[in-house]
Ligand binder design. Structure first.
Ligand code: IMP
Ligand code: MG
Length: 189
């Protein structure tokens, strides 16, 4: 799809299978948290994807969750432009309010330094939710700078900058259906 792709790290089928598994595990836990009846989950479960990277993952994930849930979004930026290492997480725009008493699931594309999830988790906790869970498609454990972990992780990946399935480099490649590594020249190094 793109000339600059060096190699595919995680293919379509692998992603589909894992997203299905996570959706099932997450639903099971949440349905139990709201008392065992998926219909009673109404008004209680909120998925909170972090824009823009979590868009594609979230779109697939929620269709594997047969229960009442609502979506709230927030935006955090940490990798301005062509940066490939975290420059510190910053909230961009509004933080959803009304999370008090809700079972909140923060959803992100990747857990890297942990600054993004640390910031978001703290902001969510300030509102007094019933519970907070974190779900990420990818995790690069080696780079963790903050003490955070995610309850639901799709794949542990090596310390490489990846694109596709929602993840970008300089705003591009989010529409690639697989998760891939670009050629070194594409990153400008
Ligand atoms: P953290 O705050 O360092 O944990 O970074 C998390 C955010 O950085 C994610 O939401 C991604 O948007 C972005 N990010 C981290 N690693 C990558 C990568 O390899 N490719 C694309 N974006 C990344
Ligand atoms: Mg992001």
């Amino acid at each position: 799809m793109f000339r600059e792709i060096d190699r595919i790290l995680i293919g379509r089928e692998q992603i589909d299978r894992r997203v299905r598994e996570i959706g099932e595990a997450l639903s099971r836990e949440l349905i139990e948290a709201v008392g065992g009846d998926p219909l009673l989950a109404e008004q209680h479960v909120v998925l909170l994807p972090i824009l823009t990277g979590a868009m594609v993952f979230t779109a697939d994930l929620i269709r594997q969750m047969p229960m009442k849930l609502s979506l709230e979004v927030m935006a955090v930026s940490s990798y301005p432009g062509t940066a490939t290492t975290s420059k510190g997480a910053r909230l961009r725009g509004a933080m959803p309010d009304g999370l008090r008493g809700k079972h909140v699931v923060i959803v992100d594309d990747i857990l890297d330094s942990g600054r993004t999830l640390r910031l978001v988790r703290d902001l969510v906790l300030e509102q007094g939710p019933a519970s907070v869970r974190t779900c990420v498609l990818l995790s690069k454990s080696v780079r963790r700078a903050e003490e955070v972990s995610a309850e639901f992780v799709g794949f542990e990946i090596p310390d490489e900058f990846v694109v596709g399935y929602g993840l970008d480099f300089d705003g591009y490649y989010r529409n690639l259906p697989e998760i891939a590594v670009l050629q070194p020249e594409a990153y400008g190094r």
